[in-house]
Design a protein around this ligand. Structure first.
Ligand SMILES: [Zn+2]
Length: 188
């Protein structure tokens, strides 16, 4: 639970910071360009372009550096995701059978208003996506219909989705079986 919170919010804030920095970069460039164009009395094209270029460059230094830092941070995260990848991507026949039986052969995903999807199970889905270091284990197995499986893609679920799935599982999973969902491989 804590691990997912950390992973989810780190990536969410990185995305937001990136979006904000790009907006900052564009806004600063536009402001600098308009301001510099108004304040000059040009005699040739180079007189217009040189101060324009300098003004935009100066205004975009800070957001530009920030974007570089964020891109490096994203690359570090992607690199560690790749190193965490499970050598086995496909669930074994045994894992699929156990995971689907645990779900009573019904999709475990959410279908509107936080209700459980009513479609029959067709796939084994990695709760933590395989590409992001999710283990190919029963702990990381979620039974899904093909529609939910496709809709989820390679996204990391939110902590709220994890909590609700575990709460739903209390109803249909036998006591001796696994209710907790999600397992990520260690960095090796
Ligand atoms: Zn479904």
């Amino acid at each position: 639970m804590l691990e997912l919170k950390r992973i989810y919010w780190t990536r969410k804030s990185l995305h937001l910071a990136m979006l904000a920095s790009v907006i900052w970069l564009l806004a600063a460039a536009i402001l600098a360009a308009t301001h510099s164009a108004i304040s000059q009395r040009p005699t040739s094209l180079i007189d217009v372009l040189r101060p324009l270029f300098d003004a935009v460059l100066a205004a975009d230094t800070a957001p530009g550096l920030l974007i570089i830092v964020l891109v490096v941070a994203a690359a570090v995260i992607r690199g560690s995701d790749v190193r965490r990848r499970d050598p086995l991507r496909r669930f074994t026949r045994q894992q699929r059978r156990e995971g689907m039986a645990r779900a009573d052969w019904q999709c475990e995903m959410e279908a509107g208003f936080h209700r459980r999807c009513s479609r029959p199970v067709e796939h084994g889905d990695h709760f933590y996506p395989w590409s992001k270091g999710g283990a190919t284990s029963l702990q990381n197995f979620v039974a899904a219909c093909s529609r939910c499986n496709r809709a989820k893609g390679a996204r990391i679920p939110s902590p709220g989705q994890q909590k609700r799935l575990e709460r739903r599982r209390l109803v249909y999973v036998d006591a001796h079986e696994l209710v907790a969902v999600g397992e990520r491989r260690e960095l090796t």
